[in-house]
Design a protein around this ligand. Structure first.
Ligand code: NAP
Length: 552
C-alpha cells in the first residue's frame, strides 16, 4: 500500500460508493445517528449504477414505486411516470434525494479507492485513494454495488478498430448518436436486450453478435395513472411491510402451484396472461420452476414458442431460442420489443457460439473468416459481478492478509455482511446475501438498517473491533452452497456463478433462502447479541489498555 504524503482525514465511518447504498448510509449514520461519515466515489456525481449505465433503453426491472427508498416524505413527494422508469428518471430521482438529504457535502467525488488496510494497533481502517489522499475510520463500509465493474473482453486486434467502442456500463454522459451508422452490439444479456431495440431504431444497420441466447419476457411497461400513484401512496407503509415478507422483497404474482399439481392447460393460459401483463411474473407461475426440470422445461418451451410466433424468419427465431440453460437460472431479462426487433430489415443476428469472434480489424469484426464492417461497436458484455469492485481494491485485513487471498477460492462471508479476517468491514449487499435475487433497493435498506443497529450496539458496549468468526462464516458459506445445490441455478454459466469472467472461481454468490427468511436470520443474530461476531479480542484490548492506564 503506497502511502499518501498528506495527513489522513479522520472519520467514524468511510463508505466506498455513492449509489443507492452510500447515500442511504449518509442519511442514516450521519443525519439520524450522528456519525462522522465520509463517502468516496469514483464518479463525478451520485448514482452508482444509474450514473454509469446511460445506454439507450436502460431502465429498472422492478416497479419503480418500490425500486426506491421507503422514506416517508420522499415516497409521498416523488411521482414515478412509468411502471419501470428509464435511467434518466431514476437518476433524476437519485439527485432529488441527494438534494433532500444534502449528501454531497459528505462525498469526495472523482476519487477511486485504491487500497485499504486494517491497522490492528488502533482498530482503524486506513484508506488510500488515487487522489493521493488518505482517510481513516473505525469502520469501512463497502457500498460498491454488485454490477459496477464492467467486464470488457479483450478481442485480438481490438485496438486497431478505428471507430468508437462503448461499454453499456460506462456509457458516455452526453449519449451517443448512431444515426446513419453501421453498429455492432456484442452481448445479449439484459443490457444488450434493453439497448438493441433502440439502437436498431437509430442506426442504419445493426448487427447483433450473440454467444448465448437469453430468455427475455415483455416488460409490459406503461405510464402510471394518477389514480395508481394515489393508491400506492396511500398504502405505502403496508405495501412496503408486506414486501419484506416475500422471497424477492417485492409484492408480485403468486405461483399457481407446483408443475405436478396444476392443469397444464390452465398453466399455459396463466403463462399467456402473465406474458402480456407482468414481466418477471412469468417464471413465478409455477413454484418449482427453479428446482424441477419438468416445470422449468414447461415454462422454457412457452417462451421458445413465443419467440417462434414473434420472429418471422425461422432461421433467426431458431438462433434466438435459448437452449443452453434452464429458464431463470441466468437473470431473466425484461424487454420492450426485443424479439420484434429482429423482424426489422436493418437488423441481423450473428451467432458466435460455434464460431467466436476471431479478431477486430480497422474496419470491424471478423467471424468465420468474414469481415463485418462497422462505424461503432457496443460491448454489452456484462460485469465482474458481486466481488469485482472489492477485488480491485488492495484490501488488507488482520495479519496483513489480502482480501484477494481470502477470496482466492471464491468469495466467503458471514451473512453477506462481513468477512472473517477483515474486522470492522461491512459489505452492503455483499456476496452470500440474497440481494442480487431481490429488489436490490429493499435489500440495501435492510442492510443499511442492520449495519446501523450494529454500530449502535458496538458504540453502546464500547467495543472497538468486531470480526466474523471463522466458524460462523464457514456455516454460512456452506448454507449458501447447499441451498444452491438443491436448485437448477448451478447449471447456468451465469454471473451468479462467476462463470462470465475468465479465471474467476466458480461459486454461487447469492443466498437462495429468500429475502424474508434472510431478514429473519439477520434479526435473530441481532436479537441474540450478534453470535458469529467476535468481540472478545476487542474487549480484551480495552481491558489491557485500561490496565495500562491505571498502572501508568
Ligand atoms: P450479462 O447478463 O452478463 O450479459 C453479457 C452478455 O455478453 C452475454 O450475452 C454474454 O454471453 C456476452 N459476452 C460476454 N463476454 C463475451 C465475449 N467474450 N464474447 C461474446 N459475448 C460475450 O450482462 P448484462 O447484460 O450487462 O447484465 C448483467 C446484469 O445486470 C443482469 O443480469 C441484471 O441483473 C443487471 N441488469 C439489469 C437491467 C435491468 O433490467 N434493470 C439492465 C441491465 C443489467 P454469454 O451469455 O455466452 O456469457
Amino acid at each position: 500500500m503506497s502511502k499518501s504524503t498528506t495527513e489522513p482525514s479522520r472519520h467514524d465511518v468511510v463508505v466506498i460508493g455513492a449509489g443507492f447504498s452510500g447515500m442511504l448510509l449518509i442519511h442514516r449514520l450521519r443525519d439520524e445517528l450522528g456519525y462522522d461519515v465520509k463517502v468516496l466515489e469514483r464518479g463525478e456525481d451520485v448514482g452508482g449504477t444509474w450514473f454509469w449505465n446511460r445506454y439507450p433503453g436502460a431502465r429498472c426491472d422492478f416497479e419503480s414505486e418500490f425500486y426506491s427508498y421507503s422514506d416517508d416524505e420522499i415516497q409521498q413527494e416523488w411521482n414515478w411516470s412509468e411502471k419501470y422508469a428509464a435511467q434518466p428518471e431514476i437518476l433524476e430521482y437519485i439527485n432529488f434525494v441527494a438534494e433532500r438529504w444534502d449528501v454531497r457535502r459528505s462525498i469526495e467525488f472523482d476519487t477511486t479507492v485504491t487500497a485499504a488496510a486494517f491497522d490492528e494497533a488502533r482498530d482503524v481502517w486506513v484508506v488510500e485513494t488515487d487522489q493521493d489522499s488518505t482517510f481513516e475510520a473505525r469502520y469501512l463500509i463497502a457500498a460498491t454495488g454488485n454490477l459496477s465493474v464492467p467486464s470488457e473482453p479483450s478481442f485480438p486486434g481490438m485496438e486497431t478498430f478505428t471507430g468508437p467502442i462503448h461499454h453499456t456500463g460506462r456509457w458516455p454522459r452526453g449519449g451517443v448518436d448512431f444515426t446513419g451508422q453501421r453498429v455492432a452490439v456484442i452481448g445479449t444479456g439484459s443490457s444488450g436486450i434493453q439497448s438493441i431495440p433502440l439502437i436498431a431504431e437509430q442506426a442504419a444497420e445493426l448487427t447483433v453478435f450473440q454467444r448465448t441466447a437469453t430468455f427475455t419476457v415483455p416488460a409490459a411497461n406503461r405510464p402510471l395513472t394518477d389514480r395508481e400513484r394515489q393508491v400506492t401512496k396511500a398504502n405505502y407503509p403496508v405495501l412496503r411491510e408486506a414486501a419484506t415478507h416475500t422471497r424477492a422483497g417485492i409484492l408480485g404474482e403468486q405461483p399457481m402451484g407446483s408443475f405436478a399439481d396444476v392443469d397444464p392447460v390452465l398453466a399455459r393460459g396463466e403463462l399467456e396472461r402473465r406474458w402480456r401483463t407482468t414481466g418477471l411474473g412469468v417464471t413465478a407461475t409455477l413454484n418449482d420452476t427453479l428446482v424441477s426440470e419438468e416445470a422449468n422445461a414447461f415454462v422454457a418451451q412457452f417462451v421458445r414458442d413465443k419467440i417462434n410466433q414473434i420472429v418471422k424468419d425461422p432461421a433467426t427465431a431458431k438462433l434466438l431460442e435459448p437452449h443452453d440453460y434452464p429458464i431463470g437460472t441466468k437473470r431473466l431479462a425484461l424487454d420492450t420489443g426485443y424479439y420484434e426487433t429482429f423482424n426489422r430489415p436493418n437488423v441481423s443476428l450473428v451467432s458466435i457460439r460455434e464460431n467466436p469472434i476471431e479478431r477486430f480489424t480497422r474496419n470491424g469484426i471478423v467471424v468465420d473468416d468474414h469481415e463485418h464492417e462497422f462505424d461503432a461497436i457496443v460491448l454489452a458484455t456484462g460485469f465482474d459481478a458481486v466481488t469485482g469492485a472489492l477485488e480491485r481494491i488492495e484490501i488488507t485485513g488482520r495479519n496483513g492478509r489480502p482480501l484477494a487471498d481470502a477470496w482466492a477460492e471464491g468469495a466467503t462471508s458471514y451473512l453477506g455482511l462481513a468477512v472473517h479476517g477483515f474486522p470492522n468491514l461491512f459489505t452492503v449487499t455483499g456476496p452470500g446475501s440474497p440481494a442480487v435475487l431481490t429488489n436490490v433497493v429493499a435489500s440495501i435498506e435492510h442492510h443499511v438498517e442492520w449495519i446501523a443497529d450494529y454500530l449502535e450496539h458496538l458504540r453502546r458496549e464500547g467495543i472497538t473491533r468486531t470480526e466474523a468468526t471463522a466458524a460462523a462464516q464457514a456455516d454460512w458459506v456452506e448454507r449458501v452452497a447447499e441451498l444452491a445445490s438443491h436448485t437448477l441455478y448451478p447449471r447456468a454459466a451465469s454471473w451468479y456463478m462467476g462463470v462470465n469472467v475468465p479465471g474467476k472461481p466458480r461459486v454461487f454468490l447469492a443466498y437462495l433462502g429468500g429475502f424474508s427468511t434472510y431478514r429473519t436470520t439477520c434479526s435473530a443474530v441481532a436479537a441474540d447479541g450478534y453470535p458469529g461476531f467476535d468481540h472478545a479480542h476487542a474487549v480484551r484490548e480495552i481491558a489491557d489498555r485500561e490496565t495500562e492506564r491505571v498502572n501508568a
